[in-house]
Ligand binder design. Structure first.
Ligand SMILES: Cc1ncc(COP(=O)(O)O)c(C=O)c1O
Length: 348
């Protein structure tokens, strides 16, 4: 056993229920990812939230906001369309608040996620057919939400794509914690985007506190956010097929688009170099960081957000056969792509 000091310092506290354990996630210096770069890289480990992702924060904030506004009460029902982390987070929050949760998913939702939502007491409504008008599965999920809202009169839809409590959770939580831990000194913040709640909330905090921090949104190729063009996206959690209401309120300093294979390369490098097993979107951020490295000023401090953990991605991102079959990249080409990223990250 290492001495206690090597296991981390600080006095542990007793959390009053699982919701009180959301947030206060570690900020970890990454020295081995791109060594000798002269850039200080810090990772905000949202993956250690109780639900395993950054979505614990907006889930809690949106449910509490609905309760505070009298839209929702114990015994009431939340209906939400989610294919992943928000569904898991809401299942837990709703159980903790004594609220029924109906999660509308489609066939793309992975089996572990569905099982986790059920295990936490959530109910699953599976959409199997695309919307007849648009041919889109997301549109079909929205339609199903509307049907359920009509069927269950007191049910509420939290609508994560436009709910102000979503970005607020990141302004008051994620970004405040980062700013306080870094003494308000950070040069670049990198976040992946889906609803854009994370980047919008973090940007709002930075502007409100007049911090001169550049914001970089990492989006998927094929996402329509920030002027992107729609195309199939092989990995969940990153990008969006619709322009979200929140995204119209935020203007990141830079948008970097990554491919599925970039997410794989970045995630695997982070796991092998730093021992941090993260999901696809975090891999995309790491890849984007590697390619931007030569442009950063010497001594710059960069904070990257680790949006979720890698266990749900063991059969995709971390599986060579899946990568070859789905992304058309074999093990040799993957090794070459990893070497290329490391080379591009080498400065001067
Ligand atoms: C895996 C993953 N990546 C990225 C994000 C960022 O998404 P959003 O723009 O909705 O905050 C999330 C959301 O929490 C996520 O779960």
């Amino acid at each position: 056993m290492p001495p206690a000091a090597e296991q981390g310092t600080g006095t542990p506290v007793i959390a009053d229920g699982i919701s009180a354990a959301v947030g206060r996630t570690p900020l970890v210096r990454l020295d081995r990812l791109f060594p000798h770069s002269g850039i200080e890289i810090l990772a905000k480990l949202e993956s250690v939230n109780p639900g395993g992702s950054t979505k614990d924060r907006p889930a809690l904030a949106m449910v509490r906001d609905a309760i505070d506004r009298g839209r929702l009460a114990p015994g009431g029902t939340v209906v939400e369309s989610s294919s992943g982390n928000l569904g898991v987070a809401l299942a837990r929050v709703c159980t903790a608040e004594g609220v029924r949760f109906v999660c509308v998913v489609d066939a793309r939702t992975n089996a572990t996620t569905v099982a986790t939502i059920r295990a936490l007491g959530g109910e699953i409504e599976l959409v199997t057919e695309p919307d007849p008008e648009t041919g889109d599965l997301l549109a079909a999920r929205f339609r199903r939400v509307e049907e359920i809202l009509e069927r269950i009169p007191d049910a509420v839809n939290l609508y994560q794509y436009g709910n102000p409590a979503n970005p607020r959770a990141h302004a008051e939580g994620t970004m405040r914690e980062i700013a306080e831990a870094t003494d308000h000194r950070l040069d670049v913040l990198m976040a992946a985007v889906s609803t854009t709640g994370t980047i919008a909330g973090c940007t709002a905090y930075l502007r409100e506190h007049a911090l001169d921090t550049g914001t970089i949104a990492v989006d998927a190729e094929g996402s329509v956010l920030f002027g992107g063009t729609a195309a199939p996206r092989p990995l969940p959690g990153l990008g969006a097929g619709v322009v979200t209401d929140i995204s119209r309120t935020v203007d990141p300093d830079r948008v970097v688009r990554v491919r599925g294979i970039d997410c794989v390369v970045g995630a695997r490098l982070l796991a092998r170099r730093e021992g941090i097993l993260a999901g696809a979107s975090t891999g995309g951020i790491i890849h984007a960081l590697g390619t931007l490295m030569p442009e950063l000023a010497p001594g710059a401090r960069v904070v990257v957000i680790v949006h979720d953990g890698g266990v749900p991605y063991l059969e995709t991102v971390y599986d060579d056969a899946w990568v070859e079959e789905t992304l058309g990249v074999d093990a040799d080409a993957l090794a070459a792509a990893t070497a290329a990223l490391q080379a591009s990250a080498r400065r001067g």
